[in-house]
Design a binder for this molecule. Structure first.
Ligand SMILES: [Zn+2]
Length: 162
């Protein structure tokens, strides 16, 4: 059996914050604002995994009112969600994702993001896709007010021998 999940996230860009995308810190004068590290790509991926499991969304499981999640590394939250994926008897089949950002140019950093995410997801680099697009200066991403990310993930039933 295959399950599919879709996730979306958006965060505001502000000065004085690190820009963290897919667990990779990208040099940039502004960073994403949020309770955690505001890793918009990882958050979209978490929502995609929760969606595939029909387990609601990230805000329900990791509320931004909880001090435990203040400035937390979002890959740690992803690890928690992967525990639930495995407990339900699934493994990740494939991830495809897109970050929408006017600046900086993200293509030099995409391979590092794929490496970090593939490690946490327990799936090969070749099955993890991270793409980046601008919105051609339109909307909040185009005005560099924020970034958004979209992710689609498939989960496949783990063959259990126990
Ligand atoms: Zn988020």
């Amino acid at each position: 059996m295959v399950r599919v999940g879709f996730g979306y996230d958006a965060h505001r860009l502000v000065e004085g914050r690190s820009l963290v995308l897919g667990g990779v810190t990208v040099p940039h004068p502004t960073g994403l604002l949020g309770h955690s590290d505001a890793d918009v790509l990882t958050h979209a991926l978490i929502d995609a995994l929760l969606g595939a499991l029909c387990k609601g969304d990230m805000g329900q499981h990791f509320p931004d009112t909880d001090p435990a999640y203040e400035n937390v590394d979002s890959l740690m939250l992803l690890e928690k969600v992967m525990v639930w994926v495995r407990e339900e008897g699934y493994r990740v089949g494939q991830l495809d994702s897109t970050i929408v950002a006017e600046k900086p140019r993200l293509s030099p950093h995409l391979a590092a993001m794929r490496h970090r995410l593939s490690g946490v997801l327990g799936v090969s680099f070749a099955r993890v896709s991270v793409k980046a697009k601008t919105s051609e200066k339109m909307g909040f991403c185009g005005r560099e007010e924020g970034m958004e990310a979209f992710a689609v993930v498939s989960l496949v039933r783990e063959n259990r021998t126990d």
